[in-house]
Design a protein around this ligand. Structure first.
Ligand SMILES: [Zn+2]
Length: 196
């Protein structure tokens, strides 16, 4: 897939909502592909950056939803900004996972820009891990919408564990194997011991 630093209509649309003048689109697109092996996750983040994530205003137009309002709080239009950030229920999930990660000593520089686009140029394992988590938290919220579940802190922890195990099972010996453990580090151990 090609990516470009030339502003597109989609990139400009982000400017309507927040201070995104300084976003480095080349890196944002590269990160979609560098952060995950799993195609579905790469696609999710790429479509998100293109603002083509299907939410209720679009589904309503297609007669696939009875409302334009948010699935979780049912009180505001389900825009990308609302659903993935300002909705009280989504925001509670972000702040809860932030608290849980920081209490356990993990790097998670939470802001709306990072939650949406990730750290622009991640190099160190903990930066790559943070970018994985930013995408996975959004995927969890989106999965809850389509499975008619209210997001919960327990739910997101088990969702992270599920994705961690998928990645763990897909890696082989060698560099990839080493990278997997250096990136997930102690968070992998924490997720494996959720039931303990
Ligand atoms: Zn809401």
């Amino acid at each position: 897939m090609k990516y470009s630093s030339i502003p597109t209509d989609k990139q400009d649309m982000w400017k309507l909502y927040q201070d995104t003048e300084d976003l480095q689109w080349n890196n944002i697109y590269k990160n979609c592909f560098k952060t995950f092996e799993e195609v579905k996750l790469r696609q999710f983040q790429y479509f998100f950056t293109q603002r083509i994530t299907a939410l209720n205003p679009y589904l309503f137009k297609c007669h696939l939803s009875d409302t334009e309002l948010c699935t979780f709080c049912n009180s505001e239009r389900e825009s990308i900004e609302h659903f993935f950030w300002t909705c009280p229920i989504s925001n509670f999930i972000w702040s809860s996972i932030d608290k849980w990660l920081s209490e356990n000593g993990f790097y998670f520089p939470l802001s709306q820009i990072n939650a949406f686009f990730g750290i622009s140029n991640p190099v160190l394992p903990h930066e790559i891990l943070a970018n994985k988590l930013f995408v996975l938290c959004k995927c969890y919220l989106y999965a809850c919408k389509y499975s008619n579940q209210i997001p919960s802190i327990t739910g997101i922890k088990y969702y992270l564990r599920h994705k961690y195990y998928i990645e763990k099972n897909s890696v082989q010996f060698g560099n990839v194997f080493h990278n997997f453990y250096s990136i997930w580090g102690d968070l992998g151990t924490l997720l494996e011991n959720l039931d303990a």
